[in-house]
Design a protein around this ligand. Structure first.
Ligand SMILES: O=P(O)(O)OC[C@H](O)CO
Length: 436
């Protein structure tokens, strides 16, 4: 498997050839809803342009957690798909899996020009100056707010709140329990990503040493610091006073609640923007997007999120890997990224995409599609804003979610978070021992 190997030498016996001679690329992904439709259209466009040569078969596998779980099983049973979309926090696991070929191998061989790739985004997926996977759907979390409700509550709809305190105050004014126009002033999914992001946005580390970014593997988690407690307590108070709703863990449920037009504010990925925009247009409310709120104004910022594309080499022919690389290049092109950005809300990974006429016109009509781009530009690249790189991050996110949920349902915040961190220590040690 991978490990910096060249791109040739895979067994030719496994070539998946269709009757017409086209090489088939089995591509697992986690895009559904509006984003799934946009991806399907791109796959169709690519297949039409490569008829008889390459046929990409996109297969939705469930959410990111489900896809990485299925991929782990596929590695065990030697049945990986040629290409797979894996979320940000699966990066270290994928490198360690030994089942993938680094994108850098193709880049070096073809002298592929990477200057169009947004450097912060490429930086997230580069380890020791090697780009392991091709960024595709890149995001940051933002604050979504209902401008129509802001107006009805007498709040300034053009000045979204920036700090937790300001979000809390606006939520109180908006909420029905205080005589406001919204069912709930605030509601967000119990999603560990939001805690990871809040810690980074205040300049803190999620794991140590140095978020696993200084050449040493992460050895412990630290998401029980003061900022984490402040954030969870803030959220907990809003729920306890009936100002915030609690739709549980599923991000789809929190999105759907906001889409009905009855929630003042929510936290979500910019990758949910197109779907949010469509819902707002249908429901007849005006959608606002602001920066992800932080405890105090500072020059840190959220972490790049989303997912990237990986090519498996175990059990795949050169033709299949080559076809995957072709498809990756198509997805990274400025015009494709403009379609992707405007069709979803994810950042374009291509710098040139923002100059494509289609993208320029779209942002003029919907300036909300520019907010995450500005937020990324305003974020200083530090170990904090690079986020925690650790093979056990998927488990850590789940543990953080358990703690967050426990606290929102009445548990003591510090106790919940510290217990999660303590229990994860074993998980971290096991992982690190297994890859030594
Ligand atoms: O919802 P996405 O695609 O922006 O991804 C959010 C997180 O980064 C996934 O780990």
């Amino acid at each position: 498997g991978g490990g910096g190997a060249g791109v040739t030498g895979a067994p030719a016996a496994d070539v998946l050839e269709k009757a017409d001679g086209a090489t088939e690329v089995n591509f697992w992904h986690s895009m559904d809803g509006t984003n799934g439709e946009t991806l399907d259209a791109l796959i169709t466009e690519f297949n039409a342009a490569n008829e008889g040569e390459i046929e990409v078969k996109g297969v939705y596998q469930g959410d990111y957690d489900t896809t990485i779980t299925k991929y782990k099983a596929a590695v065990q049973s030697d049945s990986t798909p040629t290409m797979v979309q894996i979320y940000d926090i699966g990066t270290q696991f994928m490198i360690d899996s030994g089942a993938v070929v680094p994108t850098q191998a193709f880049i070096d061989r073809d002298e592929y020009d990477v200057s169009d790739l947004q450097p912060n985004i490429a930086g997230y997926y580069s380890i020791d100056d090697e780009l392991w996977s091709m960024p595709f759907n890149t995001s940051m979390p933002v604050l979504y707010y209902n401008k129509t409700l802001f107006d009805a509550a007498g709040l300034d709809a053009e000045a979204p709140p920036l700090t937790l305190e300001e979000v809390g105050a606006a939520a109180e004014t908006l909420s029905k329990v205080n005589g406001g126009p919204a069912e709930f002033g605030f509601n967000a999914a119990i999603y560990g990503w939001f805690l990871e992001q809040e810690i980074a946005a205040n300049g803190g580390l999620y794991c140590g040493p140095e978020n696993g970014r200084a050449g040493e593997r992460a050895a412990e988690y630290s998401f029980d610091d003061d900022d984490a407690v402040t954030f969870v307590d803030w959220w907990k108070d809003l729920v306890a006073t009936g100002v915030a709703g609690n739709t549980g863990r599923a991000t789809a449920d929190a999105q759907n609640a906001f889409k009905t037009g009855t929630i003042g504010m929510t936290l979500e990925s910019t990758g949910a923007l197109r779907g949010m925009q469509q819902a707002a247009d249908e429901q007849g409310f005006e959608l606002g997007v602001g920066f992800y709120p932080r405890i105090e104004d500072n020059d840190s910022g959220p972490i790049i999120g989303g997912a990237s594309l990986w090519i498996s080499d175990e059990g795949h022919s050169d033709e299949e890997m080559e076809a995957s690389w072709q498809f990756m290049q198509f997805l990274a092109q400025p015009d494709t990224q403009a379609t992707w950005h405007t069709g979803t809300g994810y950042f374009p990974i291509s710098r040139g995409a923002l100059d494509e006429p289609k993208d320029v016109a779209w942002r003029e009509q919907y300036p909300q599609f520019d907010v995450a781009v500005q937020q990324l530009a305003a974020t200083k690249l530090t170990p904090a804003t690079q986020g925690c790189s650790a093979g056990s991050m998927p488990q850590a996110r789940k543990a953080a979610e358990d703690a967050l949920e426990g606290a929102l349902l009445g548990g003591d915040t510090q106790t919940e978070l510290t217990e999660a961190v303590t229990e994860l220590k074993r998980e971290v040690d096991n992982y690190n021992n297994s890859v030594q």
